[in-house]
Design a protein around this ligand. Structure first.
Ligand code: NAP
Length: 334
């Protein structure tokens, strides 16, 4: 048996999340079992648990939540080399199409979803990578090279935005501008490597971005709030520019000014990490490994909770004011 957190129905974190003992899983064909040391809470996990956007039905009778985590492979299934036992790994999409995620002492995942974690990166840092870093990678590199481009990362202090700023710099962008809404976010975006920050609540983003780029404008936007920012995005984006967007919580059904967008030959890329092609996952994993090994990626852990306080960890994400990733640390035997 192993310790795990789960829910049997959807609802508020405190009402539905439980911690107790369940059967320890066994790896099957092309799978590995990971002794989890850190499990991350992403908005996708909290939305799945709460039944956001009307998704109140349980896809499985019992769900152990969380897509992302990090730990050590302790057992391999058929078709996986035994030499992987003992490997430190970060894990992505553990719960995709499955009932069992990383909020447990052990998780079984497809072998490809457990990626080597270099010794210079802690388990808590490794757990930050899956959804945030892979989404950021797709947003930055999903539409060609960014070398020499001017990039605006809206929400540059968010979990995804923080990695998007770093990938833009790593990819050779000429200038990276991050939007933020307060000083602590400005500090986070700057620590990620942003050349400039703009407070999107108190400043005119389009005007400031034009000034900061000496009138050259923006070639690519990575956007956390597509609908809310669309007017500004269109105003500041150069012809043939790209908006890569991964969320639109405040304005979920934005009105699209078709002719204005068409007039600039703008590409809008709606990015969903779960639906990225396999090749994009592989490329993201490879680039993340290269960056980690070269000490090129920073991580921003906002808060840590023990597994017993998983409900508080979910609430910390839902509150919406944390800067960085929320981690559930999993102690225990083994
Ligand atoms: N499509 C995908 O594959 C994918 C992947 C990961 C996440 N997501 C979604 O993306 C969203 C953010 O996830 P996260 O983990 O990065 O959350 P997070 O760490 O809470 O970051 C969200 C950031 O967006 C900022 N923000 C909100 N409205 C903004 C606006 N109009 N302009 C600029 N910044 C704004 C927030 O700052 P303030 O509100 O304080 O200004 C905050 O810094 C969630 O809805 C999540 O479900 C989607």
């Amino acid at each position: 048996m192993m310790k795990a957190a789960w829910y049997d129905r959807k609802g508020p974190a405190r009402d539905v999340l439980q911690v107790g003992s369940v059967d320890t899983p066994e790896p099957g064909l092309q799978e590995v079992r990971v002794r989890v040391r850190a499990s991350a809470v992403n908005p996708s996990d909290t939305k799945g648990r709460s039944g956001a956007r009307g998704k109140t039905a349980m896809p499985f009778p019992r769900i152990i939540p969380h897509q992302d985590g990090a730990g050590v492979i302790d057992r391999v299934g058929e078709g996986v080399p035994a030499s992987r036992v003992g490997e430190r790994v970060w894990v992505y999409e553990a719960q995709l199409g499955r009932a069992t995620g990383t909020a447990a002492e052990y998780v079984v995942v497809p072998a490809a979803n457990a990626v080597t974690l270099p010794d210079n990166t802690s388990f808590a840092e490794g757990a930050c990578l899956g959804i945030p870093a892979m989404t950021a990678h797709r947003c930055i590199f999903g539409d060609g090279p960014v070398q020499g481009q001017r990039i605006l990362v809206a929400g540059g202090a968010g979990a995804v935005g923080f990695y998007a700023v770093q990938f833009a710099k790593w990819g050779g962008a000429a200038s990276v501008i991050a939007t933020v809404s307060r000083d602590a976010q400005a500090a986070a975006a700057t620590s990620a490597g942003a050349d400039h920050v703009i407070n999107y609540r108190s400043e005119n983003v389009a005007g400031r971005a034009r000034d900061l780029t000496e009138g050259r404008g923006i070639d690519r936007i990575v956007d956390v709030a597509f609908g809310a920012n669309l007017e500004t995005s269109i105003a500041v984006l150069n012809p043939n520019g790209v908006i890569s967007t991964y969320a639109s919580d405040a304005v979920p059904e934005p009105k699209i000014p078709f002719w204005t967008i068409l007039g600039k030959d703008i590409t809008i890329h709606f990015v969903l990490v779960y639906a990225m092609p396999k090749s994009a996952h592989q490329r993201a994993a490879a680039d993340i490994t290269t960056c980690l090994s070269g000490n090129k990626l920073r991580h921003n852990i906002a808060k840590r909770f023990p597994l017993e306080e998983i409900a508080q960890a979910h609430e910390a994400v839902e509150k919406g004011d944390k800067i960085g990733n929320v981690i559930v640390e999993i102690a225990g035997a083994g």
